[in-house]
Design a binder for this molecule. Structure first.
Ligand SMILES: [Zn+2]
Length: 119
């Protein structure tokens, strides 16, 4: 059973709301929009964590600051097994990945289209 393939219309975001950017449009369209493949990782633009200080505290005489690092990429380790685009698996609805470098889990929760399924 296949899952809906994720397209650029899904408007994927990092866990903090930063939009993912499609670096190079793939050749395959679904519902009129290019499908997303799991390679290369999706660049993230404008993660709101950038430059903010998430928290700080004092340990003895040393001040410890945790500086939040903005997400740079969304990495999805697995995609479709049978359907490939340029030899690369497609991203499908429900795929789980991580935001790099924060290692925050991210889910492809919105496919952007529902007509094209792939396994
Ligand atoms: Zn982020």
């Amino acid at each position: 059973m296949g899952q809906p393939v994720v397209t650029v219309a899904a408007n994927l975001r990092c866990p903090h709301g930063g939009p993912a950017i499609l670096a190079s449009p793939p050749r395959v369209l679904a519902g009129g929009s290019p499908v997303l493949t799991i390679v290369p990782p999706l660049p993230v633009g404008g993660c709101p964590l950038g430059g903010q200080t998430a928290g700080g505290g004092e340990t003895g005489k040393r001040y410890v600051f945790k500086v939040a690092v903005p997400c740079q990429r969304l990495v999805f380790p697995a995609g479709t097994r049978r359907v490939l685009s340029g030899g690369v698996p497609l991203l499908v609805l429900g795929a789980t990945g991580i935001a790099v470098p924060s290692s925050t889990p991210v889910v492809a929760a919105v496919p952007g289209q529902l007509r094209v399924l792939a396994d």
